[in-house]
Design a protein around this ligand. Structure first.
Ligand code: SF4
Length: 240
């Protein structure tokens, strides 16, 4: 396993935290993905004291992710607390349009909601993603970095315990909102090809957004591109 770089992030000691946070060190921000699942399972295995496991549900997860969370609850024999944004993501989408790099209202909503519970979370960021931690302004714990667990380690660890996410990780490196406009075109191509229900839902959501979709006018334009690619490959006797 990769050696963590102990110096890039700051691990808060309980005594340096405000009194309100000292008793809430082991709050887990749980996304349902491979990294936070590996972190949670390992913390449970190590019998670490966990104050709460909190999943922020914006409503745009794959059905396989919701099913996975249910399986994890059964596995660890413990409820996962689900919290929701102050309004549905769909209503925010109607108001503000698709999030983008400059206006990621969805992550702001998530952070603001989570911050009301505690300001010091255990977060599942893998050791090979340590650069993401540099951008974090608030203090947090990163057990995977302390353990030196890479993304691959996390996935294998979960697979070994029987979690498969219905195959989502065979198609995507990262499993997050199915409609996230920050995905790359390749990921959308796979969404179009393997997940027709989510693709249709993406088109429906796009129809209520006042903003264009990620450099394309609409998701339907992106579909036209994929259909053209598919046709060309068929002519060449290749598979889409
Ligand atoms: S995955 Fe994308 S759409 Fe979902 S919260 Fe993150 S940035 Fe927003």
């Amino acid at each position: 396993m990769q050696k963590p770089n102990q110096y890039i992030y700051e691990r808060p000691e309980p005594d340096t935290l405000p009194p309100t946070e000292r008793g809430s060190m082991n709050y887990i921000s749980y996304s349902g993905g491979k990294d936070s699942t590996a972190m949670l399972l390992r913390m449970v295995e190590l019998d670490m004291d966990i104050a709460d496991i909190v999943f922020f549900d914006g409503g745009w997860e794959f059905p396989q992710t919701y099913e996975h969370i249910f399986q994890v609850e059964k596995f660890i024999k413990r409820k996962i607390t689900v919290i929701k944004p102050r309004d549905t993501f769909e209503n925010f989408l109607k108001r503000w349009g698709w999030p983008n790099m400059f206006m990621r209202w969805c992550t702001t909503e998530k952070n603001n909601t989570l911050n009301k519970i505690t300001k010091c979370w255990h977060q599942g960021i893998a050791a090979d993603e340590i650069n993401r931690v540099k951008k974090h302004k608030r203090k947090a714990h990163y057990p995977l970095i302390e353990w030196g667990w890479t993304e691959r380690d996390c996935l294998n660890y979960c697979y070994e315990r029987g979690f498969t996410w219905g195959g989502l990780y065979t198609h995507f490196r990262r499993v997050s909102c199915f409609c996230c406009p920050l995905k790359g075109v390749d990921e959308f191509r796979r969404l179009y090809k393997y997940y027709p229900d989510q693709w249709n839902e993406l088109k429906r959501l796009d129809s209520i957004s006042p903003k264009d979709f990620k450099g394309y006018k609409t998701v339907a334009d992106l579909q036209t591109r994929f259909e053209a690619e598919n046709m060309q490959l068929n002519l060449l006797g290749k598979k889409f």
